[in-house]
Write a protein that binds this ligand. Structure first.
Ligand code: MTE
Length: 322
């Protein structure tokens, strides 16, 4: 993000074949009514990962907007541990080993513990939540995530009164992640939320998307999704959740404190120092390459349209706390 000019934003190519044109097709093709499939299937020619179908329950958190095609959502990514080009994660994240996997909860809590990915998958019913995700660079997607409120996991650790913030620490293994040799960011990639933000029901612990486990480039096997904040707050491939008293410094704040604030709520009224945040382009199969410039811009909504979180920021100057 820091190193991209706005003119570069839509330069990557996305396979034009749309597998996921709209919600109806999506439901038909994933067969969401089905239970956990015994037959994992491969979906990427370019990676060796095996995706597993996941069952889910209905969620009240759905937008009826057109879902971003699966192919677009998984070939136009930010996952800097695998490179800074939007196409890098799909090409290079095949080396990420997402099983076995554990997440450790530690810090200011009564019950610090480590939980394995299989137990995490059973912790609460997986909901299919269709969220908008708005990237700070000016593009957005609509993704059918599978997961449950992060609060379900946090509650198990019994945070103490000193837990004012929650830090998300992601995997940093140079053997699996070729771009850790670069100093584009400080590794591991760290993100954080205020405790009440982390406990908000909209904050999702995601274990899948598009009816199946997460692709590596999407942050397998477990990531956070905070739909009212710019996409970089949604850390991928989480290994530690730490409860802390002081506001942590995140990787992007360290890289560019004047550009990437701690809160990073989607806010059309507060420009990024190098570009406006008033509008965005919705990524779909036809919005890449030269077509990117033909895709009409749409107005960015305050809190990405998730107005129910506004009360978390009552009395705060959102220009100062950007
Ligand atoms: N998590 C890690 N570990 N590394 C990253 O580089 N990029 C962030 C976020 N999570 C990133 C990350 C950014 S900048 C964005 S916009 C979103 O992931 C992109 O998520 P997507 O690729 O699923 O659209």
């Amino acid at each position: 993000m820091l190193i991209k000019k706005s003119s570069d934003i839509f330069s990557s190519e996305i396979t034009p074949e749309a597998l996921w044109q709209n919600r109806r097709q999506f439901l038909q093709s994933t067969g969401l009514a089905m239970g956990l499939s015994a037959l994992p299937f491969k979906s990427f020619a370019q990676s060796n990962i095996t995706l597993q179908k996941l069952s889910s329950v209905k969620s009240k958190y759905v937008t009826m907007e057109k879902i971003t095609p699966f192919e677009s959502a998984t070939t136009y990514n930010n996952y800097y541990e695998f490179g800074t080009d939007k196409a890098d994660p799909a090409k290079k994240a095949g080396t990420l080993i997402s099983r076995p996997w554990t997440v450790t909860l530690e810090g200011a809590c009564n019950k610090p513990h480590t939980i394995g990915i299989e137990e995490l998958l059973r912790l609460a019913p997986l909901e299919e939540r269709i969220y908008r995700l708005r990237c700070v660079e000016g593009w957005s997607m609509v993704i059918p995530w599978l997961g449950f409120s992060l609060s379900e996991l946090i509650k198990r650790a019994e945070p103490t009164g000193n837990a004012k913030f929650v830090e998300f620490i992601t995997l940093a293994d140079p053997k699996q992640m070729p771009n850790l040799k670069s100093s584009v960011l400080e590794w591991p990639y760290v993100e954080a939320l205020r405790m009440d933000e982390a406990m908000h029901p909209l904050t999702l612990l995601s274990l899948g998307s598009y009816g199946q486990t997460l692709t590596n480039q999407s942050g397998a096997p477990v990531r956070i999704v905070v739909p009212w904040k710019y996409g970089f707050k949604s850390g991928k491939s989480i290994v530690k959740i730490r409860f802390v008293e002081k506001q942590p410094k995140t990787s992007w704040e360290k890289a560019g404190p004047s550009e990437y604030g701690f809160y990073s709520n989607v806010n059309p009224a507060v420009d990024h120092p190098r570009w406006s945040q008033a509008t965005e382009r919705r990524i779909d199969a036809s919005s890449t390459g030269i077509n990117a410039f033909l895709t009409p811009k749409r107005k960015t909504l305050m809190f990405n349209g998730y107005e129910e979180v506004a009360s978390l920021y009552t009395g705060m100057d959102l220009r100062k706390f950007f």
